[in-house]
Design a protein around this ligand. Structure first.
Ligand code: SF4
Ligand code: SF4
Length: 316
């Protein structure tokens, strides 16, 4: 059953949710939107276009271990955008196929997700699949006039809807807001794969001249999940096996014992990033490892734009 959430009830609902969950939500931090622990419900910003780090990084943060999942209060991500919902759903597949990863699953089951619809950042190239994604979270808030239409996607979502802050829908209240049109670039999967397989294209050399090899693009990407293993030892605790986020754009990522390196040049590492996202992940999961959020382009210090690069590769 769907219900209506008036804008004015949102902070009240969040305050109620805070009694049961640790709530994370988008908030203004300086000039950026940060998706982080919410202390004051009135500070929530659902009208944002892009958070600096994706909410997926709250599920698999820059450092985590199997101990990360133990004795935790349930965590609720409030206001996850469609592209980020898409990414979290994809991560759920990656960490369950072909091999189930119990560390990820134990962390993930502690998260409740409330999605929200809002016009995305103007440069994002998210594919239009709103209807499908609305059912891929516990509760989805679909923008309508003066509030949101709340659509449960799970039994827990139905429980959340019992709050007095959701109202019964009357036809006068329900008028859909204008929707963003999706972009078709990521739908053209065979063309994308073929284009990226063209290793002789001049773009790879051009990008190698520009790219700083800093790895920021992969640290902000909701679908970059590679990690290094590290053992943390203290005098008082048993050793912990940590997973620390890493980036295949870094030279150290490809280093092996004896001083050899599988990808010593930036050109090889830059190409590998695209190859993994648009060839290997397509082969493994039938879908590119990119949801078109545009974070990598927004935060690249060298001004490298993934959308422009993919368009150029496809055109030539
Ligand atoms: S953020 Fe830009 S400069 Fe840094 S590694 Fe990625 S593409 Fe290269
Ligand atoms: S590759 Fe870039 S645009 Fe695609 S999901 Fe990652 S950060 Fe977003």
């Amino acid at each position: 059953m769907k219900k209506y959430l008036p804008n004015g009830n949102i902070p009240l609902l969040i305050r109620e949710l805070q009694n049961k969950f640790q709530v994370y939500a988008p908030q203004l931090e300086g000039k950026q939107i940060a998706f982080k622990h919410l202390v004051f419900p009135e500070r929530v910003r659902l009208d944002y276009s892009l958070s600096f780090l994706p909410p997926a990084k709250l599920i698999i943060p820059f450092s985590y271990s199997k101990e990360s999942a133990t004795n935790k209060q349930k965590q609720l991500l409030f206001g996850v955008h469609l592209a980020d919902l898409d990414a979290i759903n994809y991560l759920d597949r990656i960490f369950s196929q072909p091999i189930n990863d119990p560390i990820y699953q134990n962390i993930r089951k502690n998260f409740v997700i409330v999605g929200v619809d809002y016009p995305q950042q103007k440069d994002a190239f998210f594919t239009d699949q709103h209807e499908y994604l609305k059912s891929r979270c516990d509760l989805f808030l679909d923008k309508i006039n003066n509030g949101y239409l709340a659509i449960p996607g799970t039994l827990l979502g139905q429980e959340l809807l019992k709050s007095k802050y959701f109202e019964v829908i009357t036809s006068q209240k329900y008028q859909p807001a204008d929707k963003v049109n999706g972009n078709d670039l990521l739908k053209n999967i065979p063309a994308l794969k073929k284009a990226v397989l063209n290793k002789n294209h001049p773009i790879w050399e051009e990008m190698a001249q520009k790219c700083l090899g800093c790895g920021i693009c992969s640290y902000v990407c909701p679908l970059c999940f590679c990690f290094d293993r590290e053992e943390k030892n203290t005098l008082t605790q048993p050793p912990q096996q940590l997973r620390r986020a890493s980036s295949c754009l870094l030279k150290s990522f490809h280093a092996i014992a004896g001083g050899s390196n599988f990808a010593p040049t930036i050109k090889e590492r830059f190409y590998n990033w695209y190859y993994h996202k648009f060839v290997r992940m397509v082969d493994e999961y039938g879908q590119p490892g990119c949801v078109g959020c545009n974070r990598c382009s927004t935060y690249c210090p060298a001004g490298i734009n993934i959308y422009e690069n993919l368009q150029r590769l496809i055109e030539q």
